[in-house]
Write a protein that binds this ligand. Sequence first.
Ligand SMILES: NC(=O)c1ccc[n+]([C@@H]2O[C@H](COP(=O)([O-])OP(=O)(O)OC[C@H]3O[C@@H](n4cnc5c(N)ncnc54)[C@H](OP(=O)(O)O)[C@@H]3O)[C@@H](O)[C@H]2O)c1
Length: 324
Amino acid sequence: MVKAGIIGGSGYTGGELIRILLHHSEVEIDFVFSTTRAGKAVSSAHPDLLGSTDLYFTGTVDSSTDVVFLCLGHGNSTKFLNENEFSEHTKIIDLSNDFRLLADATLKGREFIYGLPELYKSKIQKAQHIANPGCFATAIQLGLLPLAKAGILDKDVHVNAVTGSTGAGVSPSGTTHFSWRNNNASWYKPFTHQHLGEINESLKSLQENIGELFFLPNRGNFTRGILATAYTRFEGDETDALQLYKDFYAEAVFTQIAEEPIHLKQVVNTNQCHIHLHKHKDTLLITSAIDNLLKGASGQAVQNMNLIFRFEESTGLNLKAGVF
Ligand SMILES: NC(=O)c1ccc[n+]([C@@H]2O[C@H](COP(=O)([O-])OP(=O)(O)OC[C@H]3O[C@@H](n4cnc5c(N)ncnc54)[C@H](OP(=O)(O)O)[C@@H]3O)[C@@H](O)[C@H]2O)c1
């Protein structure tokens, strides 16, 4: 069995990793490190795990463990790795944005590979360290990669995406407070969201001259999931677009092309990304949907781990959507 350590275990992505790894046939959880809850039961932070695990949070790490997941806020992964050593053979999968851009991808001689399996599967299989993509970044890239691969993403792209409140982490804030968020809607960081950097880097790795990406993120009054709509000029008809996407994702385990319009709940609680295409006059509308904590974070992190250790890519990730 592969031994796994989780850092930042009391947060949302840490909790999701524990839930997935408890049921992973090839992995055992070695330790769950927490700065705030060392010595307390894991179920004290994640009460749904009462009866599923007797694990306790630790304040120390096993430096020779096989794989470590860093579930820390931006900047804290770098700080943690500067303060803690791991053995040469330990794989590190970081969920923050510390190492996602090529310019930031190396720390203390460790090189981080961008962990989007639909784009970099063979690189991931050989990687020692992974920079797991952002949640919005995953939904938007999966919606646009086939167009960039075909070299036809040269016109401006407009993206509107709505996320659930868990996207903002476990600590309550003004915009995740129930009284504010419930029955409400709002946008934030118009055209400047931090995920634009990684999205543009991936798309440009396939097509150098892409159009400008105008991205408007929205806060939804639900807890999980991202529904992203992108539209741009496309010269072919809907059948051409469908074929392009089906060909690009022919080998993808977790990205599906839906012929019917999609909605968010068909992917919530799963590691799936569902994509739908609709043509109107000269414009192609691409809708993509993911669970921000699974395909957008911890599920994709486990998918990357599966690829590195050459397990079946879907091991531990055959999850059931909530649907109703
Ligand atoms: N939420 C999402 O949908 C999502 C999606 C993709 C990527 N991400 C990224 O994944 C990372 C973790 O996200 P998350 O949603 O799990 O965040 P979170 O719920 O806020 O959890 C982060 C955890 O980090 C630990 N921590 C250690 N040092 C800390 C410090 N100085 N200040 C605050 N917390 C500290 C805390 O756990 P302990 O007290 O147990 O140490 C905290 O619970 C972030 O970089 C985030 O951007 C999140």
